[in-house]
Design a protein around this ligand. Structure first.
Ligand code: MG
Ligand code: MG
Length: 249
């Protein structure tokens, strides 16, 4: 069941959304060769606590951290580690969720570490563009498939592939609500978009093949062919005034 949110509920989600945006900007500014992904985890945990928010990922399905930090061929759900030291040329994905006043926010960015290759720069740029192509279709009367198709079309037109095994989702009083928001699909298919729906749209894009597998830690998803992957995510409310990106000023 897809739960639509009232304007008052959207205002609450907006507060969490901005908090997540500020947190990601802060973490991005700390990214440099030589730091570990655990350094970012510790900075994030402290900041979330100081803001009076609750980390959404910690403990959810027994996940052990507040951040997911996935590097290069890791697609999503990389676990922060002291042993994972960032180096120039890496592509780091930071994904974080918080709960504020009973409502969840969820957002992700891909961050180049030092200088990255032109091919990887293109991968990151196309993935972020695909997110905004999807967001532009998050309008009353459109279909879920319109968002999915817009993301897929943009990605594939640049020779990259969208991950099938992980998808976006509705969000609200739970981190993962209906509907699923795939990054592939057909225009005009799936649920009709209504005022008050909030969707976490999150293209995961591989430079090579779309396939993924999960490592022995039972969390980290990697590309099957070892190619690099990028990920961006925003929470978007469907409103009378068009798409409202809650996780960005
Ligand atoms: Mg996320
Ligand atoms: Mg999400």
């Amino acid at each position: 069941m897809i739960v639509c949110k009232s304007p008052l509920e959207l205002e609450k989600m907006r507060r969490g959304g901005l908090l997540v945006w500020e947190l990601l900007q802060e973490l991005k500014s700390q990214v440099k060769p030589g730091i570990s992904t655990l350094d970012l985890e510790q900075a994030a945990a402290e900041r979330i606590r100081k803001q009076g928010a609750r980390p959404a990922f910690l403990g959810l399905y027994d996940y052990p951290c507040v951040l997911c930090t996935s590097v290069n061929e890791e697609i999503v759900h990389g676990i922060p580690s002291r042993k994972k030291i960032l180096k120039a040329g890496d592509v780091l994905k930071i994904d974080v969720g918080v709960e504020v006043e009973g409502y969840y926010s969820d957002s992700a960015i891909s961050v180049p570490v030092g200088g990255i290759s032109p091919e990887l720069e293109k991968l990151v740029k196309v993935t972020e563009e695909a997110l905004f192509q999807g967001i532009d279709h998050a309008r009353i009367g459109n279909f879920l498939g319109d968002i999915s198709a817009a993301v897929q079309q943009h990605v594939e037109s640049h020779g990259f592939s969208v991950v099938r095994d992980f998808v976006g989702h509705g969000i609200g009083t739970r981190l993962h609500e209906d509907p699923k928001v795939p990054n592939f699909g057909e225009p005009g298919q799936g649920a009709r978009l209504k005022e008050g729906m909030v969707l976490a749209i999150e293209p995961m894009v591989n430079a090579g093949k779309p396939g993924s597998r999960v490592l022995g830690d039972r969390w980290t998803a990697v590309t099957v062919d070892g190619s690099c992957s990028a990920h961006f995510e925003h929470c978007v409310a469907i409103t009378n005034n068009g798409p409202w990106v809650l996780t960005r000023p």
